[in-house]
Design a protein around this ligand. Structure first.
Ligand SMILES: Nc1ncnc2c1ncn2[C@@H]1O[C@H](COP(=O)(O)OP(=O)(O)OP(=O)(O)O)[C@@H](O)[C@H]1O
Length: 533
């Protein structure tokens, strides 16, 4: 395999890399996060950084952006040594990072966010709001970002927020932008628009370091790819010279195997019973008249783009939204909508969309987080025995292959993908009758993804039911059936053997699908708002 990173340093006439890290090592206690790692990003290059969960990608990002100092190694930007620690303006003019979780402040306007901490141009001069808005408008216009500078940031879509963050980074003079899983919360259209914008900026000489677990995106967007494995640099290669299988092998260190049978849809069984039923469910502002049944042994996919309302339906089953009309039942018993305890008591297990907001308590241990829903099983008479909690957690860590130094480690010290596994572990801990999993493989690497989906499949195999709410085709492929929503309504249903393009078309509202014809009033009238909230 090619390894251009070992090429000699740039000669005369070749511009120095916009960012170059060499010999980088970083430990957190006993954990080695990076070992003698390196990367070099050329001007105007779109460079992918890929690796399994815990490989060290985010740690490198925090070093490249000055948030953490490496234990060893050197860092240069356009040939110059990295700025001093704490010289925020100097760092900002060299590099910026757009994270999956936005760093802009929801309560402020777009203009205020763009010029945060530099509103007045001087310590004592008052802020000139009109001028600020005008400058913000000019800045957004310059980078082709169609967002109103006076809008509140919290009213923007995920995509618009990312564009504002990119514009802010460029306005500091940075010509190197790191994108850490930027597509995780975007639907297909949003991803397309983000990529168009990135290609535009690349033509203007901006370089990108792009981190994603969606390998197809690497092929669509990037020219160079670097692979890390177990804290070390494995290879750097032109994307065009590295096939998919070779890429996966470099990430895993193993020959790429075929998908496990456990993750695949299974043959039809007799004697099934209805486990979950939605009956003409209407959720204000999200969906109308949704009817759906999931039988024992079945994994059903509920697909849809951001504004389709599919996430809200999943959340409603878990008790997070009250229905205007309609009914949710588990094994024939009505579940009170809008009541999490009622959903839990009915046997609903839940993997939420956002593990940070709805999922984990960062400063608590892996063991505590994984057992939050089963404290009643951890000791007699309402007590929680630490030894039993740890034993319970150790089983989960083994079961879901969670990479952590131990059950007592705070969950915030885990890599993103491993945190997601803790969330799934917690949902499975209750041995739910119905598992509702929203984008369950979010941030999970290609290998662990197969594994997690196989565990969800197992839930159904035990005569239970699972609903996977997702627009990821890989997630939907393990399902026995896929139901597609568009603007708050069910518009199509596909049995196994569906073609990617048909499901994608239905998600986009382009066609009603080919498998089952469903009366599909593709009207947006009843739909969710622009954010699908
Ligand atoms: N603040 C921290 N304290 C302790 N350990 C940490 C800390 N940050 C990262 N680690 C550990 O360093 C290793 C590398 O983590 P990192 O977040 O860089 O991985 P990653 O490649 O970004 O993974 P993912 O794809 O899951 O986001 C992991 O084992 C992680 O648990």
């Amino acid at each position: 395999m090619a390894d251009t990173a070992t090429a000699p340093a740039a000669g005369p006439g070749t511009p120095a890399p916009v960012a170059e890290a060499a010999g980088i090592s970083k430990r957190f206690g006993a954990t080695v996060a990076l070992r003698d790692a390196r990367i070099a990003v050329a001007p105007g290059e779109s460079h992918a950084l890929v690796g399994r969960n815990g490989a060290g990608k985010s740690t490198l990002v925090s070093i490249l952006t000055g948030l953490q100092q490496p234990d060893t190694g050197s860092l240069r930007f356009s040939g110059e040594p990295a700025p001093a620690v704490g010289d925020i303006d100097a760092w900002r003019s060299r590099v910026a990072c757009v994270y999956q979780r936005s760093t802009i402040i929801g309560e402020l306007t777009v203009a205020e966010n763009l010029f945060l901490n530099r509103q007045s141009g001087g310590a004592v001069r008052p802020i000139r709001w009109k001028q600020l808005r005008r400058r913000a408008g000019e800045l957004l216009g310059e980078y082709g970002v169609a967002v109103d500078p006076t809008a509140r940031a919290r009213d923007l879509t995920v995509e618009q927020r990312q564009f504002v963050e990119i514009a802010r980074a460029l306005s500091f003079g940075a010509r190197f932008i790191i994108l850490d899983e930027p597509t995780a919360k975007l639907d297909a259209r949003g991803i397309e628009r983000l990529f168009d914008k990135l290609r535009d900026l690349q033509r203007q000489g901006v370089a990108f370091l792009f981190i994603s677990h969606h390998l197809q995106e690497v092929y669509d967007l990037c020219t160079t790819v670097t692979v890390y494995r177990d804290a070390a640099h494995i290879l750097t290669s032109p994307v065009a010279e590295l096939g998919h299988q070779a890429l996966v092998e470099a990430m895993t260190g193993e020959s790429a195997g075929v998908a496990t049978a456990a993750g695949r849809p299974r043959a039809t069984r007799a004697n099934t019973t209805e486990v979950l039923a939605l009956d003409a469910l209407t959720l204000p502002g999200a969906c109308e008249d949704i009817s759906l049944a999931v039988r024992s042994g079945e994994v059903v996919g509920l697909a849809g783009a951001t504004a389709s309302g599919n996430v809200q339906v999943g959340e409603a089953i878990a008790g997070l939204h009250r229905a205007r009309t309609g009914r949710i039942s588990v094994r024939g018993r009505t579940v009170r909508t809008g009541s999490v305890p009622s959903a839990l008591a009915a046997g609903v297990g839940f993997v939420p969309e956002d593990r940070h907001l709805q999922g984990l308590v960062g400063n608590r241990s892996v063991a505590e987080n994984a057992t939050l829903t089963v404290t009643d099983q951890l000791g007699p008479f309402g007590t929680v025995l630490p030894a039993r909690t740890r034993a319970f957690a150790r089983n989960m860590i083994r079961d879901l292959d969670i990479k952590t130094p131990g059950a007592a480690t705070p969950v915030s010290a885990l890599s993103g993908g491993n945190q997601q596994k803790v969330v799934v572990a917690r949902a499975l801990a209750t041995v739910p009758d119905v598992l509702v999993a929203i984008r369950p493989t979010n941030g999970v690497d290609v290998k662990s993804k197969e594994f997690l989906l196989a565990r969800i499949r197992q839930v159904a195999d035990d005569d239970k039911a699972a609903l996977i709410v997702s627009d990821e085709l890989d997630d939907l492929k393990v399902c026995d059936r896929v139901v597609v929503m568009f603007h708050g309504r069910v518009v199509a249903e596909f049995d196994r053997g569906w073609k990617d393009e048909d499901v994608v078309a239905a998600i986009e509202g382009v066609s009603g699908g080919t498998a089952h014809a469903i009366a599909s009033p593709l009207s947006a009238s009843s739909g969710a708002d622009e954010h699908g909230r």
